[in-house]
Structures are given as structure tokens and as C-alpha cells.
Ligand binder design. Structure first.
Ligand SMILES: [Zn+2]
Length: 212
């Protein structure tokens, strides 16, 4: 009997998107991802990023997108959505162990609604412009796509970022402490104190201020 096969920690083999799929692509070399709902006929509904001027880019002859990011929901062709980046498909219903291994913002342990309800939700948000203005932390493109898929707006990309910050911020407090120790150590050396003696004096309670 063979060894049980564990599921791969990478997303599954790329496939063509189906209507109702949540798709995404990496932006700026993977610094963040952009998300949308594929609604068929090479079209995507997505919540655009924060309003900004992109310069004099030509209007897309395929979907009429004016290439202006205005922080609102838009329906664009898949080429405009991808903007040269690689299409990837967000997965739903992954197991929690699998979810914990994957990059945040690429999959979700919750289950998707049926495709026709996903498309209906995305179209309704588009027609009413009813999802509110874009906000990176509280109302971003992943919140929009996950909401269309599940009925609940979540952004696992932001959750992952916040978790990393929670780990890093306490460690950052160590940096000034270590720098201060280094300065004290260097001053002790400058006064011809052997490092071993310096450490011993610290252990035996000699005032550090005597080295300052
Ligand atoms: Zn287009």
C-alpha cells in the first residue's frame, strides 16, 4: 500500500476561467494582487484601485475602457483587467491546512455560491455602483470578489499582511535596543576595556553609565 498523498501547497494547474470564477493577477511583481469576477465573453467585473490619473492612455477598442482608475466598479475586457499580467484563478472550499500553507489572497476555505448567483451579484453591484468607494484596507478588490462569491466581504490578502505586521512590529522594538547596546559596547572598547571584562561587569552589576 502506498504512502498517502498530501495535497500540493501550490495552486492547481492553470485552466481557462469559467463564468462566475474569481480571477486575480499579480501586480508589481507580486507586491499585491488585483481581483475580479469573470462573467464570460472575455469580460471581468472588478472594483478598481484608488482613484489616480494614469496619463494619456488610449481607450480600449475592445471594451471601451478609458483606462482611468476611479475607485469604482467597472466591467472591462480580460486584457484590460490583466494589463499584461498572468491570469490566475482563486480557489474556494480549500481545507484549512491547505489554506494555511498558501499565499494569502489566493484561496479561501469558504464555499462559493453557484456561478449564476456570483455573476448576478457582480452585475448588481456594477449597475447600482453599490459597493462603496475603494479602500485598500476595508473595501478593496478582493473584498468585492469574495463578497460576490460568498455573500461576505473578506480580504485574506490584507489579513495576511496584518498578521505579518503583528509578528514584525514587536521585533522592531529590538532594533534600537541592540543599537544602544552596540554603542555602549563600542564606547567601552574605546576606553580600552576588554569585551570580556565589560560583559563580566555588566553581569556583576557595574553601572553602564560609567562607560558613557
Ligand atoms: Zn479592454
Amino acid at each position: 500500500m502506498g504512502q498517502p498523498q498530501s495535497k500540493p501547497s501550490k495552486p492547481s494547474i492553470p485552466r481557462f476561467p469559467q463564468p462566475g470564477d474569481h480571477i486575480y493577477c499579480e501586480r508589481k511583481g507580486g507586491l499585491y494582487d488585483h481581483h475580479g469576477i469573470y462573467v464570460g465573453d472575455d469580460m471581468v467585473i472588478h472594483l478598481q484601485g484608488a482613484a489616480k490619473k494614469l496619463g494619456e492612455l488610449p481607450t480600449c477598442h475592445k471594451c471601451g475602457d478609458k483606462r482611468l482608475v476611479n475607485g469604482e466598479i467597472a466591467k472591462v475586457c480580460i486584457d484590460c483587467f490583466l494589463d499584461g499580467d498572468t491570469l490566475q484563478i482563486y480557489e474556494y472550499g480549500v481545507t484549512y491546512p491547505e489554506f494555511s500553507k498558501r499565499k494569502r489572497g489566493t484561496c479561501c476555505p469558504r464555499y462559493s455560491r453557484p456561478p449564476h448567483l456570483v455573476i448576478s451579484a457582480a452585475t448588481d453591484f456594477l449597475e447600482r455602483n453599490g459597493f462603496g468607494p475603494y479602500d485598500m484596507f476595508t473595501n478593496n478588490c478582493e473584498h468585492f470578489a469574495v463578497c460576490c462569491k460568498t455573500g461576505s466581504a473578506d480580504s485574506y490578502q490584507i489579513e495576511g499582511l496584518l498578521k505579518e505586521l503583528l509578528i514584525l512590529v514587536p521585533l522592531l522594538w529590538l532594533v534600537p535596543l541592540l543599537l544602544w547596546q552596540l554603542i555602549v559596547f563600542r564606547k567601552a572598547l574605546a576606553k580600552n576595556q576588554a569585551p570580556g571584562n565589560f560583559c563580566l561587569q555588566l553581569i556583576h552589576g557595574t553601572s553602564i553609565t560609567s562607560y558613557l
